[in-house]
Design a binder for this molecule. Structure first.
Ligand code: HEM
Length: 963
């Protein structure tokens, strides 16, 4: 157990606070283990492989390299094919700081990734130093001979037995992607996104990589299949290198786990000379946070606040009380302890914590020098945590003065400090993040120091201040501290400071938390189709009850499902009946202390501050109720306006010179002196859209107007008519959904063009015909040729991404899929199944879970071809072989290969050719004989351009330079 404070304290938080209070959310991208950036990608496996590739360039003989984040500079190297490395490092970058190196984060990622998949808890020390350049290449590649493998592993410190163990431990999660290794895995055999796993359980950390290999049932593409003839079956070559003795011995689950724990630790402990790793970081039994002294009351007293984290993992009794027993600045024990109040609980992958906060005032002359933490358990027993006998030190010689400090909107940071006695003159230190070198995703840290100038004196303290200007994005991440002699009050975030500084002697306003505006209704069944709550939905990995309540604030009900999904509505579907509370068993993705339903179970809440929308009374008008549009045109043709602030009152004002006005489609306003033919009164429930500018008012619907007539005649009768027909609170648990009864959400396009908006019936995009809301399956995609997911998903963006394909489809709000045909027999589902708003356009629907809005291009899809390359002539589909390559003057493998890319890579070589979808070869002459083969042989499409051919297995699409 380390003594607080330690240089690894930040890393300790990142590794062990993964849920609840103070969660750093480092495990979110790998929870659950199957999570990844796209179908067929597993972030946990990418975390693990990133660590291996970073350290695999070490050379223990020549003492360089190791786990040093050199991979940051090696992302374009042939060693690191595939997007997983970049994704992983991008995930880590926000955690990078002056206290935590990228290399330590890569090591911590091994613990988090392996553990989240059910693997052993890898012990991690800290203190790695980041490389500033690339290491020499040399990651083992599948085509290497066993002798090369043995040498490569010896070079990184693993003997021949450990090599076998290490490779097996690596390949128990994740797998191979066709796009990265087409010679190992042919496109035809690949699963989602060209992925085949190395054992049958790619997102479970288990011993199957060994047992399936030994029993001969393995589907590992690095053992069987085309990798054999392509001489790339490296798992076989490695495992078989001692006649399978080691891999056989690894099979028992406990053996596998303990061997792998050792291998992983060995991996992350290969570090360059000059790095001394700290002892293994374990979660503190007690850890203080945010300890802050503040000089108050003209200097006579000191505010002292902070929070204490108590590790509760192994406690059998709950923590009833936490107190701080402290010593004054002379070292004398003060009899009355400082009390704390519970402030929440948190979790790690293997731990639980309880937090206790305190805020007190001490006389400035007596002050404080250190404290011990006294923990009283529910059984009455108490213990003292004294930080390995050192107590928890509090230094009152220089104090950052939070109330007088501020960060202005223009980036001007003003920092005040109170310095006790005649301490040496203080300075302000600011650490900012600047963009890294071009192409490098890790920011560069720079430290600036400014002398602090004397301000007023206050009691035993002298106030000082200094300013520093933060430019651009620096303000978001700037960390500062005040220093005097050997003392400091350090590691404060600039971004949390107020924008205006309060003069010394005044106190800043305190905020009063408002009471919770929602009430838990229980755990309910959700059939999925229909949805329990169908009016609106969103999903996020940061989902909490609060996030969902905010998202659904316009509705009376909201509910959370499956950890990360949020649904809103004003009525619960009849199929949704109450279930046992324990059915809702999943933690909220954004707050592990909260429950967010489960599969087909929704944690239902009622928004108690909700006001049911009405068709309001407008003085001087009578409310005629809900009307249809006219039979030969609009009901009202005197005037028209539309905007996003529309409500009934503004429409009344706009139409004040007319006899009638009506609001339609949420944001449209029509005026007229007569109601045109065909426009008739209809069910009030038809007019179900809320006004864009006032969610407590109804504003018609598609082809439906809330109609008003000038004159007071019917004023008394209309409120009853309208209010009885709207979904009021009493209808919350009614059997049918009354909201959005007319149609599903319409796409955002042309909402200001009244005719388009009022008649739109479903998703549409010019140039495409909408095919409907269709089923999809994760394990067998309906449109599986290409995919992406992002927060800017719209029909247009997905269509652009899928250009060249016959179909595109949007799913789950943020996902986009492409294909030339509908695969795996999807069926047409109910339109209402596709209910999630597009991540890039809340007004359009983008499928739902396993539901895809499918569009077909009306364009004639052109056939792939051999493109024209300036200066070159296409020389035909030529034979090639792995053992006797025809072009040996240069080689590039790239999942996003195009003919143009290869031409550029080969840099004016006499010949170049593309093969196997993603390989590029160059040469000044033929190193081996080749024959011209039938054109149809070169049938693989280029990974980076589906309109171009890129050879095939042992077939090269060949170009020769013009004379
Ligand atoms: C002979 C040595 C090795 C060779 C030739 C090798 C080769 C490969 C190949 C070709 C892939 C497929 C990557 C892709 O298509 O995305 C892969 C995946 C992987 N390798 Fe290795 N590997 C070796 C050793 C190791 C070791 C020692 C580890 C230890 C951590 C490891 C961890 C992984 C992981 C976790 C994946 C899955 C990545 C994912 O699913 O995204 N490998 N390896």
């Amino acid at each position: 157990q380390q003594t607080w404070p330690a240089s690894t304290d930040e890393l300790e938080d990142i590794m062990f606070l993964t849920g609840g209070r103070r969660s750093r959310n480092f495990a979110d991208p790998v929870t659950p283990c199957s999570k990844g950036a796209a179908p067929g990608r597993i972030a946990a496996a990418e975390f693990l492989r990133t660590a291996f590739h970073d350290m695999a360039t070490a050379n223990i003989y020549q003492n360089f390299g190791g786990l040093d984040a050199s991979i940051v500079y090696e992302l374009t190297s042939g060693d690191n094919v595939g997007p997983g490395f970049r994704t992983t490092l991008e995930t880590y970058v926000p955690y990078f700081s002056s206290r935590t190196s990228m290399a330590d984060l890569i090591a911590a990622g091994v613990y988090i990734g392996v553990r989240s998949c059910g693997g052993p808890a890898v012990s991690v020390g800290g203190g790695r130093i980041d490389a500033t350049t690339a290491d020499d290449p040399g990651v083992p590649a599948p085509q290497n001979a066993i002798g090369t493998f043995k040498n490569q592993f010896l070079r990184i410190g693993f003997d021949s037995t450990q090599m076998i163990q290490f490779v097996a431990c690596g390949h128990t999660i994740g797998g191979v992607h066709t796009s990265n290794f087409p010679d190992v895995l042919p496109a035809s055999a690949a699963g989602p996104n060209g992925f085949n796993s190395t054992d049958s359980t790619p997102s479970v950390w288990d011993n199957k990589i060994a047992t399936e290999y030994v029993s001969g049932t393995t589907k590992d593409p690095l053992v069987q299949g085309p990798s054999i003839s392509n001489k790339r079956n490296s798992d076989f070559v490695v495992f078989n290198s001692d006649n399978n003795v080691t891999i056989t011995a690894m099979q028992p689950p406990d053996t596998f786990a303990s061997v792998c724990k050792t291998m992983y630790q060995k991996m992350i402990e290969v570090v360059p000379p000059g790095v001394t790793l700290s002892p293994y970081i374990t979660p503190y039994a007690v850890k203080p946070y945010d300890l802050q002294l503040t000089l108050l009351n003209g200097g006579s007293s000191l505010g002292f606040s902070g929070e204490i984290r108590v590790r509760t993992t192994q406690r059998t009794q709950t923590v009833a009380k936490v107190q701080l027993a402290y010593k004054d600045r002379t070292g004398a024990t003060v009899s009355a302890p400082i009390d704390t109040t519970p402030s929440g609980t948190g979790t790690g992958l293997d731990d639980s914590f309880a937090f206790f906060s305190f805020s007190t005032t001490l006389p400035a002359d007596k002050s404080i020098s250190s404290f011990n933490v006294v923990i009283t358990s529910s059984g009455g027993g108490s213990e003292v945590q004294d930080n390995n006998g050192n107590g928890f030190k509090v230094d009152d010689s220089i104090i950052f003065q939070a109330p007088q400090s501020c960060l202005s909107g223009s980036g001007n940071l003003t920092v005040f400090a109170a310095v006790r006695g005649a301490a040496s003159s203080p300075s302000l230190q600011v650490i900012v993040k600047n963009p890294g070198p071009s192409g490098i995703i890790v920011p560069a840290l720079s430290t600036a120091t400014a002398a602090m100038a004397t301000q007023t004196s206050a009691g035993a303290y002298q106030l000082y201040s200094a300013s520093y200007t933060l430019t651009g994005a620096q303000a978001q991440s700037a960390i500062f501290g005040v220093f005097a002699g050997s003392s400091s009050d350090n590691y404060k975030a600039a971004s949390v400071l107020p924008t205006a500084c309060a003069p010394f002697g005044t106190s800043p306003p305190s905020s009063t938390p408002s009471s919770s505006p929602f009430a838990f209704q229980g755990c309910y069944y959700d059939a999925g189709a229909p949805r329990a709550l169908s009016a609106d939905a969103t999903a996020a990995d940061t989902m909490t009850v609060e996030t969902c309540s905010t998202y659904c604030s316009r509705y009376q009900l909201f509910g959370l499902e499956y950890g990360r999904e949020c649904y809103c509505g004003n009525s619960l579907d009849a199929t949704s009946t109450i279930r046992g509370l324990s059915d809702c068993s999943m933690k909220c993705a954004g707050n592990a202390q909260q429950t967010c339903g489960a599969g087909n179970r929704i944690s239902l809440y009622k928004n108690t501050k909700y006001t049911a929308p009405v068709s309001p009374n407008i003085p001087g008008y009578s409310n005629l109720g809900c009307y249809t549009e006219g039979s030969a045109g609009r009901a009202l043709t005197g005037g028209y306006t539309a905007n996003d602030n529309m409500n009934v009152n503004t429409c009344a004002t706009y139409c004040s010179t007319y006899n009638y006005f009506g609001v339609e489609y949420g944001k449209e306003c029509y005026c007229g002196n007569t109601i045109n033919a065909g426009s008739v009164s209809t069910a009030a429930s038809d007019c179900s859209y809320l006004c864009a500018g006032n969610s407590t008012q109804f504003c018609g619907a598609g082809n439906r107007l809330n109609m008003y007539q000038k004159g007071a005649s019917a004023a008394s009768s209309t409120p009853a008519a309208s209010s009885s027909s709207v979904p009021a609170s009493s209808t919350v648990f009614s059997t049918t959904s009354t909201i959005r009864s007319t149609s599903t959400v319409t796409p955002a396009s042309s909402s200001t063009s009244s005719s388009a908006s009022s008649t739109a019936t479903g998703p549409s995009l010019p140039g495409y015909t909408y095919q409907g809301c269709m089923t999809d399956r994760v394990e067998a995609r309906s449109l599986g040729a290409k995919t992406q997911g992002n927060s800017n998903n719209t029909y247009a963006n997905c269509a652009a991404f899928c250009s060249g394909y016959a179909y595109f489809g949007v799913e789950y709000g943020r996902e986009c899929y492409c294909g030339d045909s509908l695969a795996n027999s999807p069926t047409t589902a109910k339109e209402s199944d596709c209910s999630m708003p597009c991540s890039g356009d809340a007004n359009a629907v983008c499928g739902a879970g396993n539901r895809l809005n499918v569009f077909k291009s009306t364009a004639v899809i052109t056939q792939p071809s051999n493109p024209a390359i300036p200066g070159y002539t296409y020389a035909g589909c030529s034979s090639d072989s792995v053992g006797a390559r025809i072009l040996q003057g240069g080689y590039l493998a790239d999942g996003a290969m195009t003919v143009e890319k290869c031409a550029t890579y080969c840099n004016s070589a006499k010949y170049f050719g593309v093969e196997y979808g993603g390989e590029c070869y160059c040469g000044a002459s033929f190193a081996n004989p080749t024959t011209k083969m039938p054109e149809g042989d070169c049938s693989f499409l280029c990974g980076g351009n589906k309109m171009e051919f890129c050879g095939a297995a042992n077939r090269m699409s060949l170009w020769s330079k013009n004379a």
